[in-house]
Structures are given as structure tokens and as C-alpha cells.
Design a protein around this ligand. Structure first.
Ligand code: ADP
Ligand code: ASP
Ligand code: MG
Length: 417
């Protein structure tokens, strides 16, 4: 290969491959890059709605289904689109071939349902690209050490794409989706959201981890670690003309590439968590470990945590878990009752976590108090709070999600003019 041939990974999300017309349009986008002289590897998601349906089938059969079988089922959506896009590309005269996770192979750990990528052998893919072929990789899936298909957690095709870009030493990883970039908040709920030409890895990582679905958290983590240049673009439009002075999409970059740093870069929300309260636990050393240890052993991620202690030698623990882990969390907590001896277990899945994120918070005080004041003015009750160096999150009733995000977006001066 001549060193001047650019190599890119193009990833297309669910809406971008939602039907055959969209798949044809994606094939045209790929053709453009091939004709421009790039070596291209493509990563696809399942057609929009398909993964939800497959997840629903598993859940309806059993709330505590075997995760290995869940992976066998939900990974199929991407198999379909990788084959269909390969056919669409072949129809345009492009030499294309579908690749499943095990064929690459893309190896993961055995955490079925939310597996982590351990290694990607890029040899066969690079050979195929050098031979003029366009590999169309099924995103979201890999092969575990147990030899079975694994999936990478919801939104995992982003991570497949970034990991592949790193393994193939690609010059860029272009994530094509249904919005034209990364915005100050979800443009679908705040019409005044502004597109960011650039955002730091750190802020994008934090925004993704608190619910901004535009990129999966692990994809940003990996991009940051492997120095992959990630760009988010619309698969529907070609973006504004260069003369308008803006990038067509959004680039995820290092902090020193950002000229003006705002106090708050963005706001995210998540309705994917549920609140769990374990009430009236004996207040003794080791009680937190007795509650959270078994949850960790069962692969249940716990997020926000508060412990409130009364005068009666008892304590309450309130925390959040992913909604999809709620049934598992309850059954784990019930099985610990002999040691934890709690009086009551309460759950609430009508909650939303609202987070404000910005590296500017390190040097500006008052971000949290602005958040609390703004929510108080709207009469929105804060149930749990958690903070990190560049983030403040609150848990509120789900019905106030839009109201809270819009009010905060205005309060931090993020609204578009
Ligand atoms: P895909 O299927 O292409 O992976 P996703 O639905 O996973 O697409 O992610 C794109 C969606 O992310 C957008 O449609 C938008 O509603 C949502 N989103 C949430 N926060 C943001 C944000 N800050 N900027 C852009 N999009 C966001
Ligand atoms: N199809 C998978 C999902 O819906 C993976 C992805 O879209 O990235 O979560
Ligand atoms: Mg996605």
C-alpha cells in the first residue's frame, strides 16, 4: 500500500440502515470514499428498531434470561445489515464482503450482554482491503473466550468502529448517524441545542457515560486511549458548505485543540436507570460491602449512591442501576437478605438522571448551585445527587426530563441565538 492512501472506518447507525433505500444511500456514501481513493472498512448497526425488538423477545420470555442466549439473539440484527450492505455495494460494482465478529476475529471477555473488546486481529481485514475489497463488519458483536457470540452493550457498534479504526491504524473513524454532529444537548428535545464543531474526549466521555447516546461511552474511552480521530456526521445530509466556516460534523479532540472553553459543554439525560432503596439496614461496618459486593459479582453496575443514617442504629442505601438490570438486582438483593437483614426494598423506574458536563467546571465555582436553583425555580425535586470533577448529576422524576433539560440549557447560556 502506498503510505498516502488514506484509510477510514465508516460506521452507520440504525436509522442510517433502517430500510433498503437507506442502505442504498449508505452504499453511495461508501462508494464516494472508495472513488476518492480511500481504503474503507464499514461497520453497521442493526436496522433501527430491530435490536429493541430482539431484546424485548428475550425479556418477555424471561426477565432473568441467560445472557449467552440473549447475545445469540440480539447479535443477529447486525448480521442482516452487514450482508445487505455488502449486496448493495456489489450492486454498485464494488467488491464488498460481510464480516461477523468471529470471522475477524474480534475477541471479547465473557461478560455476555456487555462484553469488552480484548483484541482485534486486523490481519485478514487489512489483506482484504489491500486487495481492493470493502469489508462490511457487523458491529456490536464479538466472540468470547468461551467461543460464543458476545455483544458489546447497547450502542456498541460505535465501539466496534473505534476499536477497528485503532486495529487497522485508520486515519479517521467517521460515525454517521441521524443528526449532523454532537450538540450541547439532545437536539431532539431541545430545539435550541447548538452543534459543537469540536468537543474534548474528556467531555464527550462524561456526556456519553451519563446518557448522551450519540456515542457509546466505551467508544470514546477507546478513542481517547488509542488516539483515534472520531468524527460524528449525518448520514442524511452532506452538511453545510465549507464557506460557512463550520465543520460538516463534530470532531472529538484533545483539550488544547479547543479555543474557547465554556463552563458547561453540554447537558445529558438518561431514563435508563432505576432507583433502588434498601431501607432499615443495620448500621455496621461491612454493610455497604454486603449490599454492593453481590451486585458487582452478578455484573450489575451501580451508579449514583447515597447512604442516609438515622439515630436508631439503622441506615438506608439508595442507588441507581440500569433499568435492564433491575430484575437481576432485586433477585440478588433478596438473596442477600439473610446477611443484610433490611426491612424493606423499594424500587422506582420512573426516574431520570440529568447531568451537566464541562471541563470549565474545574476552574469555575457555582455550576452545581445554578443547577439546584434552576430546578427549584421549576419546582422539580432532586432525589439523589452525584458529582465528579467535570460533572454534576441529579436524579429527578422522569416526567420532568424535558422541562429540566431545557431550563438548564437556558440557564447555562447554551441556547442558540
Ligand atoms: P445511531 O443509531 O446512529 O447509533 P443513536 O440513536 O445511537 O444513533 O444516536 C444518535 C442520537 O443521539 C440522536 O438522534 C440524538 O437524539 C441523540 N443525542 C443525545 N444527545 C446528543 C447530543 N448531545 N448530540 C447529538 N445527539 C444526541
Ligand atoms: N444495534 C445495537 C443497539 O441498538 C448496537 C448499535 O446500534 O450500536 O444497541
Ligand atoms: Mg448509537
Amino acid at each position: 500500500m502506498s503510505p498516502t492512501v488514506p484509510r477510514i472506518v465508516m460506521k452507520f447507525g440504525g436509522t442510517s440502515v433502517a430500510d433498503l433505500d437507506r442502505i442504498r444511500a449508505v452504499a453511495e456514501k461508501v462508494r464516494k470514499q472508495v472513488e476518492a481513493g480511500c481504503e474503507v472498512a464499514v461497520v453497521v448497526s442493526a436496522m433501527s428498531g430491530v435490536t429493541n425488538r430482539l431484546v424485548g423477545y428475550c425479556r418477555d420470555l424471561s426477565a432473568t434470561h441467560d445472557e449467552r442466549e440473549y447475545d445469540a439473539v440480539v447479535s443477529t440484527g447486525e448480521q442482516v445489515t452487514s450482508g445487505l450492505l455488502a449486496i448493495a455495494l456489489q450492486k454498485l460494482g464494488i467488491n464488498a464482503r460481510s464480516w461477523l465478529g468471529w470471522q475477524i476475529p474480534l475477541r471479547t471477555d465473557n461478560a455476555h450482554g456487555k462484553a469488552r473488546i480484548e483484541s482485534i486481529d486486523g490481519t485478514a481485514l487489512i489483506e482484504s482491503m489491500r486487495a481492493g475489497q470493502v469489508p462490511v463488519v457487523a458491529g456490536f458483536q464479538g466472540i468470547g473466550a468461551d467461543g460464543r457470540i458476545t455483544t458489546l452493550g447497547r450502542g456498541g457498534s460505535d465501539t466496534s468502529a473505534v476499536a477497528l479504526a485503532a486495529a487497522l491504524k485508520a486515519d479517521r473513524c467517521d460515525i454517521y448517524t441521524d443528526v449532523d454532529g454532537i450538540y450541547t444537548t439532545d437536539p431532539r428535545i431541545v430545539t435550541k441545542a447548538r452543534k459543537l464543531d469540536r468537543i474534548t474526549y474528556e467531555e464527550m466521555l462524561e456526556l456519553a457515560s451519563v446518557g448522551a447516546k450519540v456515542l457509546q461511552t466505551r467508544s470514546v474511552e477507546l478513542a481517547m486511549k488509542e488516539r483515534v480521530r472520531v468524527q460524528v456526521l449525518s448520514s442524511f445530509t452532506d452538511g453545510p458548505a465549507p464557506s460557512e466556516g463550520h465543520l460538516p460534523g463534530s470532531l472529538v479532540v484533545d483539550e488544547d485543540e479547543i479555543v474557547e472553553q465554556e463552563q458547561v459543554a453540554g447537558i445529558a439525560y438518561s431514563r435508563d436507570e432505576a432507583k433502588v432503596s434498601v431501607r432499615q439496614l443495620p448500621d455496621r461496618p461491612g454493610i455497604a460491602a454486603a449490599v454492593f459486593g453481590p451486585l458487582a459479582d452478578a455484573n450489575v453496575n451501580v451508579d449514583m449512591i447515597v447512604q442516609s443514617t438515622g439515630d436508631d442504629g439503622m441506615t438506608n442505601m439508595t442507588f441507581t442501576v440500569g433499568k435492564t438490570d433491575l430484575a437481576r438486582a432485586i433477585s440478588v438483593l433478596e438473596s442477600t437478605h439473610a446477611t443484610t437483614q433490611y426491612a424493606e426494598l423499594q424500587t422506582d423506574d420512573s426516574v431520570a438522571k440529568i447531568s451537566v458536563v464541562g471541563v470549565g467546571m474545574r476552574s469555575h465555582a457555582g455550576v452545581a448551585s445554578t443547577m439546584f436553583r434552576t430546578l427549584a425555580e421549576r419546582n422539580i425535586n432532586v432525589q439523589v445527587i452525584s458529582t465528579s470533577e467535570i460533572k454534576v448529576s441529579v436524579l429527578i422524576a422522569a416526567e420532568y426530563t424535558e422541562l429540566a433539560v431545557r431550563a438548564l440549557h437556558a440557564a447555562y447560556g447554551l441556547d442558540a441565538a
